[in-house]
Design a protein around this ligand. Sequence first.
Ligand SMILES: Nc1ncnc2c1ncn2[C@@H]1O[C@H](COP(=O)(O)OS(=O)(=O)O)[C@@H](OP(=O)(O)O)[C@H]1O
Length: 273
Amino acid sequence: RPWERGDAEPPAPNGTVQQLPDVIIIGVRKGGTRALIEMLSLHRVVAAAQNEVHFFDWESHFQRGLPWYLSQMPFSLPGQLTVEKTPAYFTSAKVPARIRQMNPAVKLLLIVRDPTERVLSDYTQVLHNRLQKHKRPRPVEAVLMKGGEVNLGYKALNRSLYYLHMENWLRHFPLRSIHLVDGDRLVREPLAEMKEVERFLELEPQIGAANFYFNKTKGFYCLRDRGKERCLHDSKGRAHPHVQPAILHKLYRYFHQPNRRFFQLVGRTFSWN
Ligand SMILES: Nc1ncnc2c1ncn2[C@@H]1O[C@H](COP(=O)(O)OS(=O)(=O)O)[C@@H](OP(=O)(O)O)[C@H]1O
């Protein structure tokens, strides 16, 4: 078939169209963005893009313009809500202005988790990527610390300085356009967090307790979607490396002030401080 050879567009399923996103999950990387978009897809009104699109943060994609972005969107019925997630958007300086230019009324979802845990999750992800490419793994302590202090040059650390990135978003969007999802709570109480997301998106409440069941082997909630059960991929919910308590303590201390600043910016607190 020609569209499988890339010669033509696939035909649209009956009555469906592709629409620019009404909702964008902007991050944070390792915050639980995949869980969030999968859980949101439980709602019949939601049409979610399968892959991370990286339109606003990758120049090669951005230069292709909105028609290309549109072509990456799922087919949906008019009236459905299109959602995409690209966790790198949150920490990419150019992205907020670009999204505003597309649609200043777009609704943004930001899922955050304990910044120290996020760093360890980020480290674990990179470690797996390195092992897969047969590259030498870097011990966690060597990455986190430099000369006995927190290694300020470590990129994953910067991604957990939520206030820094949030300040940039708030230059382009009012706080009411950005709904914060508590990633730690999404793990423990997915339904409670998803109800708040439904409310923010002004969706008819549809996601219910029957959509979730706890999978003991995985140690996480999995989803029941129209009778079919599914868990997230094995790359979600990996064990983090053991870190010496003294180093962990330094990390928590390092994030203390930045966390305060973030809470102040967004007018609420989280369980980490
Ligand atoms: N239900 C459920 N099942 C599995 N995993 C869950 C779930 N809810 C949240 N999480 C957490 O999601 C973390 C991965 O975050 P992201 O999907 O944002 O990662 S990524 O940036 O897209 O790579 C992942 O982080 P790690 O535990 O560090 O792997 C999970 O803690």
